[in-house]
Design a binder for this molecule. Structure first.
Ligand SMILES: *[C@@H]1O[C@H](CO)[C@@H](O)[C@H](O)[C@H]1NC(C)=O
Ligand SMILES: *[C@@H]1O[C@H](CO)[C@@H](O)[C@H](O)[C@H]1NC(C)=O
Ligand SMILES: *[C@@H]1O[C@H](CO)[C@@H](O)[C@H](O)[C@H]1NC(C)=O
Ligand SMILES: *[C@@H]1O[C@H](CO)[C@@H](O)[C@H](O)[C@H]1NC(C)=O
Ligand SMILES: *[C@@H]1O[C@H](CO)[C@@H](O)[C@H](O)[C@H]1NC(C)=O
Length: 946
């Protein structure tokens, strides 16, 4: 080692004296390099020895090292104290290097600029240094899956900006530290934190009441699999933001706090495998609950509670061994999303009745070891049901299938090949879903609290698969395909899925590719669909990096290496920039948004529902009359949200009624948002809300009826309306003006968040109207530029910057609008057969050719090529809208001006469009009284992802 250092210093002194004069970063990094094995080969090769001159995994700004990201490199060795001298460092990610061992150096505390400290699944051990508390800019602290022991340092409470605290899966002991008000710090001070992940440690003592307060904004509280004792503090009921609560597999005793049902946003709650006593908690009102596990506690004997059938969002009810008695209500089984019920080892008695209409999602009902004496079998059931060890099964002669114990669930799954015949690959290479052969990057995605039970159904994995593909499309990592396989539930009920990621173009990833992939998961840049909940990733080392030309350490290979790493590096710099922005922007986290509906408790009936101006509340009877009792013939569509009906008001006006499926809490929120926003926007290019109905448990929105359906319908040929170039320009302009109004004229400004061709409707004159404000966000204040919010929207249209940073801006709509523009010229779905329209167009585009050489992807029905005047300019606008970062994209008002100009070029006489709106008026209320009977398609009100 010593001689290597000397040797490199000599080289440095001879060739790079000026660099040393500027800063010492590279001296310290070299020392770190010398303490590690398996550093990237190009660290030796680039004979400059200047880390800022292209070292893989190193990012610099102004010659200072700002990021070190070396996930899954197979590094071994310690993390020496020289790290503390890299004082400009913002991101340190050494995840998935099992060979990194020893303790976490106290010098880490010198890195005052650090925002992301990510050491997931390494071999570190020893106690966590107190100096962590000095990292005042830290936002992400992920130390999970190491061997850290000892206490959680109370000083972590000083990290005011901390958003993500993951200490799970270590060997930490002692109490959870809280402040005492003055002298000592504690985790109760982390009021900006959203994530406490402390599961799978050996924490002891009571959960301190002081830990929780109404000031907290936690969404995930994960304390599972520790040795926590005492009662659950009632203060937890103050943290209204909570969505996932795992307190299971501890030694908790006493009563569950009465106010637990104040946590009405909780989706997953686990309190199983403790020694909880007292009455069964009353969960009435926890209407967002999907997954509930209270199993294996020592509650007082309790009658089957009434909330069983009121929690309409439940997918999973696990309450085995909870001392339940009495008869099960048949209504329990008709909860629409219900998939799994486990009430075994109780004393449920009487007659089992699954009702005449049980949930069609129901997969298994386990009632083993109860007192059930009869079963009202209304028909053959195709669910897995057991009544083993009940009186009904002890009668000799019972032959029915429901008397044997449930066999284990078969959850076998492998991502199928993509319409091709799998190749037999030579040794080491793996067949990809696209039937090529490559060396995949592999690891386990581990979901700590999915909202669904054992997924026997492949659609669960498909949604995860699609979200991964879309993520890789947006991230520009060179990924060809992704395979998911072998889902299992482990001891903690985590869902573990093996992941293989295959490279695109080559048979193996290069080092930058691996670093980028590792960081995507270690930094949680990839976000799975909501139902998967929080996850962590355990990556395997990638043993297939080329040791070819770049490993030969000759001068001639140098350029190739630099070029290679520069190209790979670019991809990664984008990720880093985004991560950095994310960290930076945490400063301006979203506070509680004020809404006129905030006090409207949707369970309290229609009393007190505010009546927004100009929007009429309808009773259920009225709407029933206008739609002929919601008759089949008036049903014009079905979406994720519910049904859409056509109707007519007594004055003859045609209306479209969006009727929410009962029990959809997601819908309830969208319902409020949409009424609130639509009641204060009025513009020719926005769909108008006529009224709403919140009556008899129903949620309905009443809109003006737009006769010609969606732009999507017309582009796909479904509506029979041919859209020539001029019409397309008109539609683009109209939709752009609608969005411009939302961004610039609505007060406060509104971000639509789900701009897509399915949400742009066409009236009888083919005037475009933007619809569906279900997930729109108000900026709250005209001076704000963004809101930080959970990622929602539709894949394919979604702004990658928003996706990665959770910072929603008006430029996110601009991005989606750019995709709409591309769709208007190609008539292709944004993601079709695994191809992303944005990438496709950019790849084919050749600006030196006529029509930019895009004929190949052009929609043939667009009209004669010779008549596409202004086409190139149109493509230019579209591509500017889909630029990587928001700051490079135009505003909607720029877009409007540009499209107006293109229309002039195209010679369109568009008096109507140009005159009525560009002058700033255009507020006339556009109720249409058209009674044409064109088909109104289901896709008008599609469900939203997320
Ligand atoms: C945790 O600590 C115990 C006792 O100190 C030790 O036996 C065990 O190996 C440690 N586990 C890990 C994962 O380091
Ligand atoms: C909560 O916030 C209020 C006002 O912002 C403050 O006075 C109070 O001390 C805070 N409480 C805690 C426990 O931090
Ligand atoms: C539950 O929430 C309501 C409304 O926010 C509040 O008035 C009440 O005090 C809370 N109850 C408890 C026990 O925290
Ligand atoms: C019930 O919980 C205890 C710990 O409280 C655990 O030891 C036991 O294995 C659990 N029983 C079942 C059936 O899971
Ligand atoms: C549970 O709480 C609800 C509402 O808070 C109340 O109406 C109901 O009576 C309670 N049930 C029991 C069994 O205490």
């Amino acid at each position: 080692m010593g001689s290597r250092i000397r040797q490199s210093l000599v080289i440095v002194l001879i060739h790079f004296w000026p660099a040393i004069a500027q800063n010492d970063d590279f001296v310290y990094l070299r020392a770190m390099k010398d303490s590690w094995e398996n550093t990237p080969l190009n660290w030796d090769n680039v004979d400059g020895s200047d880390p800022c001159g292209g070292w893989e995994g190193i990012t610099c700004t102004d010659d200072r090292i700002t990021a070190i990201t070396l996930a899954s490199m197979g590094l071994t060795g310690p993390l020496i104290s020289d790290i503390g001298r890299l004082t400009e460092l913002q991101i340190l990610d050494l995840s998935y290097n099992k060979g990194l061992a020893g303790s976490l150096t106290t010098a880490i505390g010198n890195l005052k600029k650090l925002t992301n400290l990510i050491l997931v699944d390494c071999g570190f051990s020893g106690t966590l240094p107190d100096t962590l508390g000095n990292l005042e800019n830290l936002v992400y602290l992920s130390l999970n899956s190491n061997g850290f022991s000892g206490l959680i340092p109370p000083s972590i409470g000083n990290i005011k900006k901390l958003y993500w605290l993951d200490l799970a899966d270590n060997n930490l002991t002692g109490r959870i530290p809280v402040s005492n008000g003055r002298t000592t710090s504690g985790l109760d001070m982390l009021i900006n934190a959203k994530h406490f992940h402390f599961g799978r440690n050996r924490l002891t003592g009571v959960i301190p009441a002081r830990l929780f307060s109404a000031n907290m904004t936690l969404i995930h509280l994960l304390f599972e699999s520790n040795q926590l004792t005492g009662t659950i503090p009632t203060t937890v009921g103050l943290v209204k933001s909570l969505q996932t609560v795992r307190l299971d597999r501890n030694l908790l005793t006493g009563n569950v706090p009465l106010n637990i049902n104040n946590l009405t946003d909780v989706v997953e709650m686990f309190m199983s495998h403790n020694q909880l006593t007292g009455p069964l908690p009353n969960l009435t009102g926890m209407n967002a609950l999907n997954y509930l596990d209270l199993s294996n506690n020592t509650f007082d004997q309790s009658e089957v509670p009434s909330w069983f059938s009121t929690l309409q969002s439940l997918t999973t009810l696990k309450m085995f061994s909870t001392n339940l008695v009495g008869e099960l209500p048949a209504a329990l089984f008709s909860i629409p999303q219900l998939q799994q019920v486990d009430l075994s080892y109780n004393r449920v008695n009487g007659t089992l009745d699954l009702g005449s209409n049980h949930s069609n999602k129901l997969q298994s009902v386990n009632l083993q070891n109860n007192q059930i004496s009869d079963f009202l079998q209304r028909r053959q059931y195709s669910i897995r049901l057991t009544l083993d060890d009940n009186p009904i099964c002890s009668d000799s002669g019972v032959e029915d299938g429901f008397c044997s114990p449930l066999p284990p669930t078969n959850t076998y799954y492998v991502t199928p090949s993509n319409n091709c015949v799998p190749t037999t690959c030579t040794s080491g290479l793996v067949s990809t879903p696209n039937c090529g052969c490559a060396y995949p990057y592999t690891g386990d995605l581990i979901f700590r609290a999915p909202s669904f039970p054992d997924a026997g159904n492949s659609t669960f994995y498909e949604s995860l698969h699609d979200s991964l593909i879309t993520y890789f499309q947006m991230s520009k990592l060179q990924v060809d395909s992704v395979s998911l396989m072998n889902p299992t539930r482990n001891l903690e009920d985590y869902l573990v899925i093996n992941l293989q990621v295959f490279p695109s173009g080559e048979e193996r990833f290069n080092r930058s590719g691996i670093i980028g992939l590792g960081f995507s998961f270690s930094n949680q840049t990839f976000k799975p669909p909501r139902e998967y909940g929080t996850y962590f990733f355990i990556g395997e080392p990638y043993d297939f990096l080329l040791v070819g030309p770049s490993g030969t350490r000759t001068k001639s290979s140098k350029i190739g290496v630099i070029v290679g790493s520069a190209v790979g590096g670019c991809v990664f710099v984008v990720l880093l920039v985004l991560a950095g922005m994310y960290a930076f922007c945490q400063k301006e986290r979203e506070t509680q948004e004020s809404s006129p509906f905030a006090l409207w408790d949707a369970t309290s009936g229609s009393v007190g529902v505010p009546q927004p101006k100009g929007v009429k509340p309808f009773s259920f009877e009225e709407l029933s009359k206008y739609t002929n009792n919601f008759s089949e013939t008036n049903n014009i569509g079905t979406g994720g949200y519910g049904m859409v009906y056509r109707g007519s008001l007594p004055n003859g006006q045609l209306i479209a009624i969006k009727r929410a499926t009962q029990g959809s809490t997601q819908g309830r929120l969208e319902f409020k948002t949409e009424i609130e926003l639509l009641s204060r926007v009025h513009h020719k290019n926005l769909v108008s809300l006529v009224g709403f109905c919140f009556d008899q448990g129903e949620q309905m929105l009443v809109y003006e009826y737009i006769v010609n359906g969606t732009v999507k319908d017309s582009l796909s040929g479904r509506s029979g309306i041919r859209l020539d170039w001029m019409r397309r320009l008109g539609i683009a302009l109209g939709a752009a003006k609608g969005l411009q109004y939302l961004h610039d004229l609505a007060d406060p400004p509104i971000i639509h968040r789900d701009v897509k061709t399915n949400n742009i409707l066409l009236d009888e004159e083919l005037v475009a109207k933007v619809a569906d404000f279900g997930i729109s966000k108000s900026l709250g204040d005209a001076n704000r530029t963004h809101v930080t919010t959970q990622v929602k929207g539709t894949m394919g249209y979604m702004d990658p910057e928003y996706y990665m940073t959770e910072q929603l801006t008006q430029k996110s709509d601009v991005f989606s609008f750019g995709v709409v523009l591309l769709e208007l010229i190609t008539a292709r779905n944004p993601i079709e057969k695994g191809k992303y329209i944005v990438k496709e167009v950019k790849q084919i585009l050749n600006k030196s050719k006529d029509l930019y050489d895009l004929r190949e992807v052009l929609d043939p029905t667009i009209g004669l090529i010779s008549e596409l005047k202004g086409f190139e300019r149109f493509v230019d606008v579209a591509l500017r809208c889909v630029e990587e970062t928001g700051s490079q994209r135009p505003t909607m008002s720029d877009v409007v001006k540009e499209i107006e100009y293109i229309m002039e070029l195209a010679g369109l006489n568009h008096d109507d469009e140009l005159a009525s709106n560009s002058t700033g008026k255009g507020y006339e209320h556009p109720y249409s009284t058209n009674d044409s009977l064109c088909a109104y398609n289901a896709d008008h009100f599609p469900s939203n992802l997320g």
